[in-house]
Design a protein around this ligand. Structure first.
Ligand code: ATP
Length: 356
């Protein structure tokens, strides 16, 4: 089992606590993304797993082996951790052919030459660069170079792979293709992978599970669907996809349902088994793409005035004024100007606590 366990990891840089009691487990064969805005501590966490940073507190284990344990003063150097790594600045050797770039690490480990050649061929085939071993990096596209960097990590046949924004140098279209390709390869090899990204679309499409980080802390860990549909707080809801947050208070509860009175005076109901007391200030998070035209419905309907419209080709984006509140929606239909009635399905609502 090639699990990675991170327990109560703390890493400080002077006044900054870059990783603040971070705890999670990456299951064997799983792709887990560390996702969050710039500076939230993703790279620091990955560097601690890699052994390129030394934690102040906590323990990290990989495949049952203790890599680092601050309390016991255990610290395995990176070269003894048997992890594959690809970083943002993957820096291929420009004066070496692709094959030599990939073989470099094996040569420094003094593996037999015939074995090196065979492994390099295998791994170049794996990343779909067979026949390109004799080229130099400058003769390859950005996407191909990225795959060479991946081949260089995979040539040791690691059971665990650490990737830090490995697709960030690619343009949008190439990046999307590379995502699909990388995901297929990772599944096929069954290689436990920790993937750092600040790109929520990338995390949602690639991951088995996502760990969302903010200011050094892990704020939510779950499947992409859980994170998107049941965000733990307004930070997660806002960071993952878009959402409008409408303030109000709990007007009534009972029978597994909660009715919220929005500040604008309108009511929305949703199903919730959580114990929300009447009178409690809340935020109702609404995803723009979940809102529909009311079409004769009367429950969970908000009426408002169209303020702004953006044409997106297949869809339309609108900003609707609901009293003094603002609702952003994305919808296939073009709305009439002026007043509109919109239906917000109960299952499209997420209730979040609000300071009031
Ligand atoms: P990005 O996506 O921008 O790389 P990140 O989430 O990976 O961000 P980290 O690189 O882990 O964030 O940085 C977390 C915090 O620690 C930041 O405030 C950063 O400035 C700080 N930090 C990281 N490395 C160092 C260092 N070597 N010395 C001092 N501060 C550091």
């Amino acid at each position: 089992m090639a699990e990675v366990v991170v327990e109560q990891l703390v890493k400080r840089f002077g006044e900054v606590t870059a990783a603040d009691h971070v705890t999670f487990t990456v299951r064997s064969g799983e792709l887990l993304s560390l996702l969050g805005p710039s500076g939230c501590g993703k790279t620091t966490t990955l560097m601690c797993i890699a052994g390129l940073e030394r934690p102040d507190e906590g323990r990290i284990l990989a495949a049952g082996v203790v890599l680092t344990d601050a309390a016991q003063r255990v610290y395995l150097p990176p070269e003894r951790r048997e992890l594959g790594m690809v970083f943002q600045s993957y820096a291929l050797w420009p004066h070496m052919t692709v094959a030599n770039n990939v073989a470099y690490g094996l040569r420094t480990r003094r593996a037999p030459e015939a074995q090196i050649r065979e492994r390099v061929d295998d791994v170049l085939r794996l990343v779909q660069l067979d026949g390109m071993g004799a080229r130099y990096p400058y003769q390859m596209s950005g996407g191909q170079q990225q795959r060479v960097a991946l081949a260089r990590a995979l040539v040791y046949q690691p059971r665990i792979l650490l990737l830090d924004e490995p697709l960030s140098n690619l343009d949008a279209k190439l990046r999307e293709q590379a995502r699909v390709w990388l995901r297929e390869l990772q599944r096929r090899l069954g290689i436990t992978t920790v993937y750092v990204t600040h790109d929520q679309a990338e995390a949602l499409s690639l991951s088995d599970r996502i760990a969302v980080m903010s200011r050094g802390r892990l704020v939510q860990l779950g499947t992409p669907r859980e994170i998107y549909e049941q965000p733990a707080d307004s930070f997660v809801a806002d960071f993952i996809g878009q959402a409008s947050f409408l303030p109000g208070h709990v007007a009534a509860t009972g029978g597994g349902r909660v009715r919220v009175r929005l500040r604008s005076g309108q009511d929305l109901s949703l199903e919730s088994s959580a114990p929300w007391e009447a009178g409690r200030p809340v935020l109702v998070a609404i995803r723009p793409e979940r809102v529909l035209l009311a079409d004769g419905r009367t429950d969970n309907v908000l009426s408002g005035a169209v303020r702004a419209h953006l044409y997106l080709g297949a869809r339309h984006q609108y900003v609707i004024d609901i009293g003094d509140l603002e609702l952003r929606i994305e919808i296939a239909d073009e709305l009439p100007e002026g007043q509109v009635r919109l239906y917000v399905p109960p299952q499209a609502l997420t209730l979040l606590p609000h300071a009031g």
